[in-house]
Design a protein around this ligand. Structure first.
Ligand code: G6P
Ligand code: MG
Length: 213
């Protein structure tokens, strides 16, 4: 089960750029370090985290917060317009192909409501047996809901699944689901991935299977 942003493609960078523009516009502090906390969490929770960091939760009313979230998504979707299959991260296509050839079920477990747009632009939707619909997921990572939704829909038990994540919240969600985790350049603050990699180009199907055997 693969996270999307930062694992299959580098849209994590676009999320960062979009939030950075919002932060600048509203006079809020935001940097790449702070951005680590936003990875894997929903759009609205991301804004709340930025406001928490700035102790600015009370500075904006609900209407303004909704406006900020809408604006962020508009900026983000504009950045998505340039995405093509060239934006699939290195090694991912080969890795998915080999896993599929071995009969391993594949799913996307993303918190993004833009996941469908991104996967369409990347042209890799048909590779997956199941794609979770973030619109149907009530609780954001580190809650395990999105991973458990994938398990249910694939008809598999969590302990036989491996989750691939670039975020700390995602690694916690995988653990909470009772699955094993592969980390892609995770900035660890609380829980380390079972099997860490420094980049997608290092991924190797046999190595991952051997590790969790
Ligand atoms: C992913 C990203 C987060 C993003 C979330 C919601 O989990 O890692 O940074 O906030 O999706 O994305 P959305 O496209 O719905 O705003
Ligand atoms: Mg991610």
């Amino acid at each position: 089960m693969f996270d999307l942003d930062g694992v299959l493609t580098d849209t994590a960078e676009y999320h960062y750029q979009a939030w950075k523009r919002i932060a600048e516009e509203y006079g809020l502090f935001f940097d790449r370090n702070a951005n680590e906390q936003l990875k894997g969490v929903s759009r609205r929770r991301s804004l709340d985290l930025i406001l928490e960091i700035n102790q600015a939760g009370q500075r904006f009313n609900e209407q303004e917060k909704e406006q900020m979230v809408r604006e962020k998504n508009r900026i983000y979707r504009n950045l998505l317009k340039n995405i093509t299959d060239r934006d699939i991260l290195p090694g991912i296509q080969g890795f998915l192909k080999e896993a599929r050839e071995r009969g391993i079920l594949l799913a996307v477990a993303s918190a993004s409501r833009n996941a469908d747009t991104v996967l369409n632009r990347l042209g890799i939707k048909p590779v997956f047996d199941y794609i979770a619909d973030a619109g149907q997921i009530a609780r954001t990572k580190p809650d395990p809901e999105v991973f458990l939704d994938c398990c249910r829909n694939l008809g598999v038990l969590p302990h036989s699944c491996i989750g691939f994540e670039d975020s700390q919240a995602g690694i916690e969600a995988i653990r909470a689901a009772g699955m094993r985790s592969v980390g892609i350049r995770v900035k660890v603050t609380t829980l380390a991935p079972d099997l860490p990699y420094q980049g997608t180009e290092e991924l190797d199907v046999q190595q991952v299977l051997d590790y969790f055997e």
